[in-house]
Design a protein around this ligand. Structure first.
Ligand SMILES: Nc1ncnc2c1ncn2[C@@H]1O[C@H](COP(=O)(O)OP(=O)(O)O)[C@@H](O)[C@H]1O
Ligand SMILES: [Mg+2]
Length: 272
């Protein structure tokens, strides 16, 4: 059984910790459209949590609630044991939550290195004023930023394109640079909105490996949206299934895959 504080061990021997994020009875409306209807689920320390469901199910909206981009119409967001007041996305980022977008959101004209560097912005402590007053601290911070950025660049194997403007990169590499930028913030919780959408088989395999490696090496908790059931089965510890804004399944991949409601919602539905 799941224990709220202690966590559990998965069928393949992965240790999952206590609850870090809890969504309680979340509803999100856009005018007359109800994008999310009274959904509750949690995310546990160290796990890879997938959110799946047909197009328009409300998956991106849910990720946007977690990242502070949308404020839920009803319900509560709990993070690390505390109820979170309505927050701006930058405040959420400062709490250690980073994300990538369904449609790549990089600075096209800037180099890979500079794009990844922008991921450090939420982490910078020294403001302009203290930079002027206290040069030492700002310098130390700059060195720490560089080191983290270089580590991420090495880790995601993008050294060879570090000086290349993002606009010149193929799609799969752009997605990897976006992951690098998110990782540079050293998030506790990483949110990935369809990290493999539009990729060819080889790019997908690479991205899968990097996601698993990030989780393993940095201990990062990951919540990801993905359409490809095979990928979800390979990657995730637990899966939330959404359909028309409702939660229709929640559990380990094998269990979810054999849930009749999930099969109904999923089979025969065309995905892009
Ligand atoms: N900013 C918005 N304004 C109005 N409707 C929106 C907005 N964002 C999402 N929606 C609607 O909410 C529903 C869920 O969308 P979304 O969360 O993008 O689904 P998914 O990511 O599962 O494909 C859809 O009906 C969509 O049209
Ligand atoms: Mg979406």
């Amino acid at each position: 059984m799941l224990d709220q504080a202690e966590g559990f061990v998965t069928a393949d021997g992965r240790k999952i910790g206590g609850v870090v994020m809890e969504m309680k009875n979340i509803t999100l409306r856009f005018g007359g459209v109800v994008a999310i209807k009274d959904i509750s689920f949690d995310i546990r320390e160290g796990e890879i949590r997938a959110i799946i469901g047909p197009n328009g199910a409300g998956k991106s909206s849910m990720l946007n609630v977690i990242s502070g981009f949308y404020t839920p119409s009803e319900g509560e967001v709990w993070f690390r044991g505390k109820k979170r007041p309505p927050m701006r996305p930058y405040e959420v980022a400062r709490q250690g939550i980073a994300r990538t977008f369904q449609n790549i959101a990089l600075f096209d004209g800037m180099s890979v290195l500079d794009n990844v560097m922008t991921g450090r912005l939420t982490q910078m402590k020294a403001g302009l004023f203290s930079q002027a007053l206290w040069k030492g601290r700002a310098e130390k911070e700059e060195i720490a930023n560089r080191e983290m950025v270089e580590r991420v660049i090495d880790f995601l194997e993008i050294q060879h394109i570090r000086k290349t403007p993002v606009s010149r990169l193929p799609y799969g590499l752009k997605k990897r640079v976006e992951l690098a930028r998110a990782l540079a913030a050293q998030p506790k919780l990483l949110l990935l909105d369809e990290p493999m959408a539009g990729m060819n088989v080889e790019e997908k395999e690479d991205m899968c490996r990097f996601i698993l490696d990030v989780n393993d090496e940095f201990g990062t908790t990951i919540a990801l949206i993905e359409h490809d059931m095979g990928v979800v089965m390979d990657l995730s510890d637990r899966v939330v299934v959404m359909d028309y804004g409702k939660k229709i399944g929640d559990g380990p991949p094998d269990e979810v895959r054999s849930n009749p409601d999930v099969i109904d919602a999923y089979l025969g539905v065309a995905h892009d």
